[in-house]
Ligand binder design. Structure first.
Ligand code: ADP
Ligand code: MG
Length: 512
């Protein structure tokens, strides 16, 4: 006789259905797992035996049986400890220690030696897959129920020990399915203190507002101490909360890394600021069992790269694909996987190695060659992909500025939120949420310029010999600027502002 039950494997952030077959024949005791298991799966034998024994059930070694476990499909590598639970349950079923219908259920969980069930990665994706396949019940570690319950239309059972699960399955002590708890009103991200306390820097603040409204990338160049890091962090205050579909995307990524931490839906936009010594796989994702990197962990949020030219060239160049496509393709021995990576890039850099180039009140000691070399670290194609490029000059500390009032700050947030709402309505039946994501194909459909505005843009293109990409970026930026004013048509003043945000002669000047 043999039994079959379902589990799931996680590849990148996507789940795939795995069948766990258990077959036994009388004979000398053996317990073998086949179907491309990795070391962690092989070792599950020991955990399962011990967990079953400590829960008062009969372990494999006490049965005079040759037991074989097959994990299908056989050509997918099975990694990690999440198969412990389905294998253990399959064994108990095969040896008649429990009886239930396996067809509509799926199991994931790691066992500890005493039978306790420990959390695993990727439960949200597994739950989405199970629901799509029409399965009715998912059995997972108690710590993972928050993320799985988001899915709905599938009963989520959190189990903390193997005994608890067996008692439920045999109807002795049924468990209650876990209901989705709507997260309480998000503790409003303070009152924007980081943003409000920035003195002066009106141009930069306005640029941040446009970036937050349309999801545009931004590069800030300025001398040390001018407040670039401060401004980048303040952008997080301006970003609106995640919409529900966005939150699901983000939660899936964090779930695949086991980073959801017991809560359910992640409602705040991610803010990641990896150091320039971060390795390429940690940045873009990868490894033998490919894991999302920083760029995917900042999906739908901010990726802040401070001291941009200090990042190794190959790391910066690998950002080009995700900046364009919103996904990263990671290659591995057994094919390649695609991971979502739609982030708002915020870069900060000094204008030259000493940092004083172009500052009226300071002397730059760098040679022109040095400056060229420094700026060349950020390639033209990468620069081309950054919508907003601004200078952040040093503000004099003596200037007295009142901090921005909470009322004024809330007005700005509301303006951004309404610009985002306009975009959500515009992109209702497409898969995008912001103007920054508009593809070249749809640019004319969604970014209609008044004839005068088009003329202005054309003359800028001619006089500055702009690339097609830059031309499109300016159109998208002017779309956002018009949305901030709730203007359906894009007018000349919107284009003029977009040009000033995108074209930075100082940055483009020498070197690029
Ligand atoms: N416009 C400003 N308003 C208030 N504080 C500022 C401003 N600019 C800089 N600072 C302060 O000066 C210090 C240096 O700023 P920082 O953002 O680290 O500069 P940078 O990243 O450009 O080198 C920080 O303590 C910051 O809080
Ligand atoms: Mg800094």
């Amino acid at each position: 006789m043999s039994v079959r039950l379902f589990s799931a494997s996680i590849n990148g952030i996507d789940a795939q259905l795995i069948e766990v077959e258990v077959d036994s024949t009388p004979g000398l005791h053996a317990f073998n797992i086949v179907g491309l298991p990795d070391k962690a799966v092989q070792e599950s034998k020991e955990r399962i035996a011990s967990a079953i024994r400590s829960n008062g059930l009969i372990p494999p070694s006490a049965k005079h049986k040759k037991i074989i476990i097959n994990l299908a499909p056989a050509d997918i590598r099975k990694e990690g400890p999440a198969y412990d639970l389905p294998i253990a349950v399959g064994y108990l079923l095969e040896t008649g220690q429990v009886k239930f219908n396996t067809e509509d259920k799926i199991f994931l969980g790691e066992l500890s030696l005493n039978g306790a069930i420990k959390p695993v990665n990727g439960v949200l994706s597994a739950a989405i897959l199970s629901k799509n396949l029409g399965l009715k019940e998912i059995f997972i570690p108690t710590a993972n129920t928050g993320e799985a319950s988001i899915v709905g239309d599938i009963k989520v059972f959190g189990v903390s020990t193997i005994t608890e699960l067996i008692e439920h399955l045999s109807g002795i002590r049924p468990l209650k399915p876990v209901k989705y708890k709507i997260p309480g009103p998000t503790v409003s991200k303070d009152d924007g203190e980081a943003f409000r306390l920035i003195k002066g820097q009106e141009t930069a603040k306005h640029a941040l507002m446009v970036a937050a409204a349309g999801g545009h990338n931004i590069l800030m160049s300025g001398p040390p101490g001018s407040g670039k890091t401060l401004l980048a962090k303040a952008l997080a205050d301006l970003m609106p909360d995640l919409s529900f579909p966005e939150a699901i995307e983000v939660t899936r990524i964090y779930s695949s890394m086991g980073l959801v931490n017991g809560s359910s839906l992640m409602s705040e936009r991610p803010f990641r600021s990896p150091h320039h010594t971060t390795s390429a796989p940690a940045m873009v994702g990868g490894g033998t069992n490919p894991k999302p990197g920083e760029i995917s962990l900042s999906h739908r949020g901010i990726l802040f790269l401070d001291e941009l030219p200090e990042f190794p060239r190959h790391v910066l160049e690998s950002l080009r694909e995700p900046l364009e496509e919103g996904v990263i393709t990671v290659s591995r021995a057994a094919g390649s996987i695609r991971l979502p990576a739609k982030f708002t890039l915020v870069g900060a850099m000094n204008p030259c190695p000493c940092g004083n180039y172009g500052e009226p009140r300071a002397n730059c000691v760098c040679s022109p060659m040095n400056i060229i070399h420094y700026r060349k670290k950020i390639s033209g194609p990468l620069l081309d992909r950054i919508d907003i490029q601004i200078n952040v000059p040093r503000e004099t500390a003596t200037t007295t500025h009142e901090p921005m009032s909470v009322k004024k700050f809330n007005e700005i947030r509301e303006k951004i939120a309404s610009a985002r709402a306009i975009q959500l309505a515009r992109f209702k039946n497409s898969k995008i949420f912001t103007n920054a994501e508009i593809s070249y194909r749809n640019i004319d459909k969604w970014c209609q310029l008044e004839p005068e505005a088009e003329k202005l843009l054309q003359s800028a293109v001619a006089s500055k010999s702009l690339s097609f990409r830059a031309y499109h970026k300016i159109k998208k930026l002017s779309r956002t600027i018009a949305d901030l004013e709730s203007s359906e048509l894009i007018k000349p003043q919107h284009v003029a502002e977009a040009i000033s945000l995108k074209i930075n002669e100082k940055l483009l000047g020498e070197g690029n």
